[in-house]
Ligand binder design. Sequence first.
Ligand code: NAD
Length: 489
Amino acid sequence: MSREESQKKKVFDAEAASFLMKELRGNVGSGTTRSYEWRVSQMKALLKLMDENEDHIVDALRSDLDKPPLETVVYEVGMLRNSCEVVLKELKHWMMPEKVKTAIATFPSSAEIVPEPLGVVLVISAWNYPFLLSLDPVVGAIAAGNAVVLKPSEISPATSSLLAKLLEKYMDNSFIRVVEGEVDETTALLQQKWDKIFYTGNGRVGRIVMTAAAKHLTPVVLELGGKSPVVVDSNVNLQVTARRIISGKWGLNNGQACISPDYVITTKNYAPKLVDALKTELENSYGKSPLESKDLSRIVNSNHFARLTKLLDDAKVSGKIVYGGEKDESKLRIAPTLLLDVPRDSLIMGEEIFGPLLPIITVNKLEESIDVINSGTKPLAAYLFTTDNKFKEQFVKTVSAGGMLVNDTALHLVVHTLPFGGVGDSGTGAYHGKFSFDAFTHKKAVLYRSFMGDASIRYPPYTNTKLRLMKALIGGGILNIIRALLGRS
Ligand code: NAD
C-alpha cells in the first residue's frame, strides 16, 4: 500500500497505523531529526504557523468552546510561542553532552551523559486547551530530535482539523504527522510500538494508554487531572484573593482546565466574607447576566453539560447554591456558581468538576484543610492563600500535589523552569521548558577508557589480595585503597 492509498483509506485502522509507524521508523533512520538544524527549522516553522494563522486558531477555539479570543491568544498561542522561544534559546545547551566525574575504580577514564532522541513518539491530547496541549508536547518531542504523531481530541473537532491542516502545510511531514480520530483510531495507534507515549486527559483513558504501552515496554507521560483545592486563610487580602480564584477558575475556559481550582476550603467564620468577595468580583468580571458574557467559554458539549447538571441536581447539594446556578442548555452555558458547605460525600466532591461550579467546604480550624486534602487522591495543583509563614511551610511540606502555588492560582504553569505534571492519580512524568526536552530524551551513560592502566587485580585467578583491593576500589575512598595496599583491611 502506498502512502497515498493509506491516506485515502477512510478508516485509520491498525493496518494504517502500522504502515505509518513503518514509514516514520524508516525516515527517522536517516538521522535527520537528530541534527540541531532540523530541530531549529521545525521550531521556526511552528512560530511561522502561529504568526500566519492566529485568526484561524481563534476561530477554531470559538467554534469548539466559544473560547474568548484573549484566552486563546494568551493561554494557547502565547504559551506555545514561549515554549518555542525557550527551545530556540536553550537547545544548543540542552543537546550538549554533560561531562561527569568518574570513579576511582575506573581510573583512568572520562564520562559523559549523552542526550539521545527516543525515536518515534505518540502524543494524544485533550479538548480543553486543544491547541496548546497538542503542540506543547510536540515541541518537546521535536526539540529532543524525535519523529512524532499527534492525535488531537475529537471533542474539539475544529481545532483538530485545523491542526491536521496546518501541520501538513508548515511542518516536515516526513517526521511530523497528525492522525485525527476517536477511540478506534486511537486504539489502532496504541497497538503500535512507540518509543514514548505522551497522553493528556482523564485517568480512565490514562489507564488504557498505560496498559497498551506496557505491552511494548513503552514509557509514558500521563498528564491527568484531579480535584485541585484552594485553601483560604482569614488573614489575606480578600479582594486580591477573590480575583485570583476567579482568574484561575472561570478565567481559564470557564473552569474546564486541569489546574482550575476545584473546591475551596476555609474556616466557618471566614466563609461568608469570602463568598461576599467572590460574588462582588464575579459581578465585576462577568456582569449581572453571566450567561450572556462574552468572556466565558461555553461547556464543550451536551455530555459534559449533562454531567455538570447532575452534580448540581444532587439532593445532597440542593439549597447549597449561594451564587449563580443559571443554565442555558440550548447554548451549553452554565454561569459561575458557588456552593457553600457542601457535604464531602456529595457527587460534586466525588469527582473532578471540570466546569464553572465551585464548592466551598468549611472547617473549624484551617489546619484541618491539610487532612481534607490528604484524605483524597493527590491533586494536580494545590493552592494556598495566607500570610502566615508557619502555615505556608507546613502546607508545602505536608500536602502532596503535582504543583503548588501560594497566594495565586494557575500561574505556576507559566514558569518554564518548573516541571509541570502530576503525582499519583494526577499523573506521571512532567514537561515544560527543559523538562519537555528531558521527557523525550534518553540520557545515555557513556564511559571512555583507554588501554592504559590495565590492573591485573580484576582478572582471574582471584586471590585474597585481589579481593581486598577490589573491595576497597568499589568502596571508593582513597584511604581504604591505601589500607588495602598495605594489607590492613
Ligand atoms: P478527551 O475526551 O479529549 O480525551 C483525551 C484523549 O483520549 C483524546 O484524544 C481521546 O481521543 C482519547 N481517548 C478517549 N477515549 C479513549 C479510549 N477509550 N482509548 C484511547 N483513547 C481514548 O479529554 P478528557 O479526558 O475529557 O480531558 C479532560 C481530563 O484531562 C480532565 O481530567 C483534565 O484534568 C485532564 N487534563 C489534564 C491536563 C494536564 O496537563 N495534566 C490538561 C488538560 C486536561
